[in-house]
Design a protein around this ligand. Structure first.
Ligand code: AHR
Length: 497
């Protein structure tokens, strides 16, 4: 099949905000306990942080990590998670029906983030708590000293403030599963008041209001509009969450689902702008897609978990090759909206629906690790408005879908162009062409491909390299025309300089 990518150096979507490659670490399952933290393990450092996990996190170059939830945050008493470990209380954790020992908490997360080279993105509890508590937590984290909570932090051994810049105002408050679930009106008011108080205390922070937990939520649209109607001037971002699954084992349909992500983003941008117009507002609300991934492999297993365990194997999806293809398409979709999406978090980072898995003896890269790493390393610069002319296929649930997803990013500083592309065709290669005569002198530096004959191939502790990227020689530039062959079902990164 033949396809064309069309770009123009003067038609730009926008700068990539590096926070678009963020991730998420929830106090859930083995994400923290046994994932990033395991005292006494041979792979752990003096603070109990798993060094092997840290190495892989650093490979991903994760710019920002959202913490501590997720559903967990809606019952979180942050005071339980600070101070001397021996005095921290164990609590029943209602979101995931487990016992939380609080052995790992806020300050450990701050230390871990420093070692990982990531910024912290903190969520406040607007489920069972409210503005007063959110303000106290902010005071503990960001206030210099000389007040009750800032001095408490100092007494806990942290003289310097954590200076956390980005704050989520609760989590998925539109969902009935959420502790302290609210109507849009109720949530909009509390988000507004919480953000106001927090910004009075620290005007340097940015806040994110909860949008819908997915496009399929029955309240989608009304929720965004009403919430923003209440808190438009007080907040900076609106969140989106979306997970995809392939329970029906229909790969073409599964790969088509990134189309839903695109529709979701377009819809939320329209809703934000509708409220902006109505309010005659000057500022625009940007988007924080702070939970996105594939999530379904572990669903059946999780039903068997007995309640009130500690750090059970929960949400431990083992990803296969086709999941990596969809993750690639989701990354492309995020980048194609870089003008409005400033933050995004792959959910999650370690063990829990994650690119990194651990056991007591090691840590390894899941299939989805690779597109995420490639985007995070090479997806820097300005997104070019990338037009695609490619054949379509008919999918069961999403109608006509292009076989090719692609986006081009131009790093003017480094004088480099990167093309990310997914060929979703399961049978045929795609011969692609792109006129690069405006990018004089650019030649192919590297073409990386992630593919596997078996769409269900997985990486495991015993076979960690079953799915991994290889180099391709299928790309060239001749007389300013770039041509390439993208193998059937493949994720591709072409770097030109
Ligand atoms: O990431 C797992 C869960 O998915 C989060 O806790 C919640 O926000 C979402 O429903």
């Amino acid at each position: 099949k033949r396809a064309q990518i069309i770009i123009d150096r003067y038609f730009l979507t926008g700068e990539v905000d590096k926070r678009i490659y963020g991730s998420f670490l929830e106090q859930l399952g083995r994400a923290v306990y046994g994932g990033i933290y395991q005292e006494g393990n041979v792979n752990s450092d003096a603070q109990g942080f798993r060094k092997d996990t840290l190495e892989l996190v650093k490979e991903l170059r994760v710019p920002i990590v959202r913490y501590p939830g997720g559903n967990f945050v809606s019952g979180f008493h942050w005071e339980d998670s600070v101070g001397p470990k021996a005095q921290r209380p164990a609590r029943t954790e209602l979101a995931w029906k487990v016992i939380e020992t609080n052995e790992f908490g806020l300050n450990e997360f701050a230390d871990w983030s420093k070692k990982a080279g990531s910024d912290m993105m903190m969520a406040v509890n607007l489920g069972t708590r409210g503005p007063e508590d959110a303000k106290n937590l902010l005071e503990y984290c960001n206030f210099e000293g000389g007040t009750y909570y800032s001095d408490l932090r100092r007494a806990h051994g942290y003289a310097e403030p954590h200076n956390i810049k980005v704050w989520c105002l609760g989590n998925e408050m539109d969902g009935k599963w959420q502790m302290g679930h609210k109507t849009a009106g109720e949530y909009g008011r509390i988000a507004s008041e919480t953000s106001r108080l927090m910004k009075w205390l620290d005007p340097g922070i940015e806040t994110i209001a909860c949008g819908s937990s997915g496009l399929a939520m029955p309240t989608f649209g009304d929720w965004e509009y009403q919430v923003l109607d209440e808190c438009y001037e007080e907040v900076d971002y609106l969140s989106l969450h979306q997970y995809f699954e392939n329970h029906s084992n229909n790969t073409p349909d599964f790969l088509a689902s990134s189309k839903v992500m695109d529709e979701f983003i377009t819809g939320v941008v329209s809703l934000c702008d509708a409220v902006k117009a109505k309010k005659h507002a000057k500022k625009s609300i940007h988007l924080s897609f702070d939970e996105w991934n594939v999530w379904y492999h572990s669903n059946e297993q999780d039903k068997k978990i007995k309640p009130w365990d500690k750090a059970p194997h929960q949400l431990e999806d083992v990803y296969n090759f086709e999941d990596a293809l969809l993750v690639g398409s989701m990354l492309i979709t995020l980048l194609r909206h870089a003008d409005r999406i400033k933050i995004a978090c792959m959910a999650q980072l370690v063990n829990v629906i994650a690119p990194i898995m651990t056991s007591d003896t090691g840590a390894w890269r899941q299939t989805i690790f690779y597109p995420y790493m490639h985007a995070s390393i090479y997806g820097k610069g300005t997104v070019l408005l990338t037009q695609i002319k490619a054949p379509f296929y008919e999918s069961r649930n999403y109608g006509e879908v292009s076989i090719l997803d692609s986006v081009c990013i131009w790093d003017q500083e480094a004088d480099a162009l990167t093309i990310f592309a997914v060929n979703k065709d399961l049978e045929e290669d795609a011969e692609i062409e792109c006129d690069l005569r405006q990018f004089e002198g650019y030649q192919v530096k590297e073409h990386l491909v992630l593919t596997h004959d078996d769409l269900k191939a997985e990486n495991t502790e015993l076979a960690p390299d079953t799915v991994k990227p290889v180099h391709s020689a299928a790309s060239r530039v001749e007389n300013g025309i770039f041509t390439s062959v993208l193998g059937r079902h493949s994720w591709n990164v072409v770097r030109l300089e």
